[in-house]
Write a protein that binds this ligand. Structure first.
Ligand code: DGL
Length: 267
């Protein structure tokens, strides 16, 4: 059976486009309805209650827009609100933490994994719990990197300032000799080149986007909801504030112009 309804993807801002891009690569014929909460970003320094409230509102919006499943591309929302979302929604809901943790476990050789993310994600210890659920012997070191989200949102994806901030954040993880680093925030893949230059040699960077896309495909196959038509999928984006930078930076990242970006005032 072909289910041409879109996959709903949401993030606090534009970082979740990293996941949208991975979905487009793996499932080019699936349509995506993307929600970026650009008026209320960042979530990473907000309370659990507020993050849950925003996430549930967005899930309702995506369900009203006919989504067939919901991908919580935001690490912070995945870390703090996934259970509530799964209970609240009548659709399958997939977060980014478990697929990212599983990739990291596959990659590590010395069983010492680093995690970088927002203050909320790091304090929730969601990645540690997921990693230790897969292998109790895994050691972890984590570091909150709150300045990286505004740098990515502003499109400061390289240069002296970005380099030195990234270097500062990664120093303790390098000293702890992690061999694998989870980019535990949707925005960090945008800064992947800078991060790759600042980690110890041979450290493997885990960007969970591709793993999330594979989990989405599996879930759609299981529920018989994969679109099997020939038409290429569309990407419809909704944001909660004027889409200026969203379009600029998003376009740079997706590698193609963004045709449909609409501002939503009440969700
Ligand atoms: N989307 C958030 C995440 O992946 C980062 C931005 C924010 O703090 O809202 O954790």
């Amino acid at each position: 059976m072909a289910d041409s309804r879109p996959i709903g993807v949401f993030d606090s801002g534009l970082g979740g486009l990293t996941v949208a891009k991975a979905l487009q690569t793996l499932l080019p014929n699936e349509s995506i309805v993307y929600f970026g909460d650009t008026a209320r970003v960042p979530y990473g320094n907000k309370s659990r209650e507020l993050i849950k409230e925003y996430s549930l509102e967005i899930a309702d919006f995506l369900m009203k827009h006919n989504a067939k499943m919901i991908v919580v591309a935001c690490n912070t929302a995945s870390a703090l609100a996934l259970d509530e979302l799964q209970q609240h929604c009548i659709l399958p809901v997939i977060g980014v933490i478990n697929p990212g943790a599983a990739e990291a476990i596959k990659a590590t050789k010395n069983d010492h994994i680093g995690i970088i993310g927002t203050v909320a994600t790091v304090s929730s210890k969601a990645y540690e719990k997921a990693l230790q659920g897969l292998n109790v012997d895994i050691k972890t070191s984590s570091q909150a990197c709150p300045l990286l989200v505004p740098l990515a949102e502003e499109g400061w994806l390289e240069g002296e300032v970005t380099n030195s901030i990234v270097k500062h954040y990664l120093l303790p993880l390098n000293n702890n000799e992690i061999d694998t680093l989870i980019l535990g925030c949707t925005h960090y893949p945008l800064l992947k080149d800078v991060i790759a230059n600042q980690v110890n040699n041979d450290t493997i960077l885990i960007d969970s986007a591709a793993a999330v896309a594979r989990a989405v495909k599996e879930s759609l196959l299981e529920t018989n909801q994969l679109y099997d038509g020939d038409e290429k999928g569309t990407l419809m984006c909704y944001v909660t504030d004027i889409p200026m930078r969203f379009e600029d930076v998003g376009q740079r990242f997706l590698g193609s112009p963004m045709d449909h970006v609409q501002t939503v005032h009440d969700i």
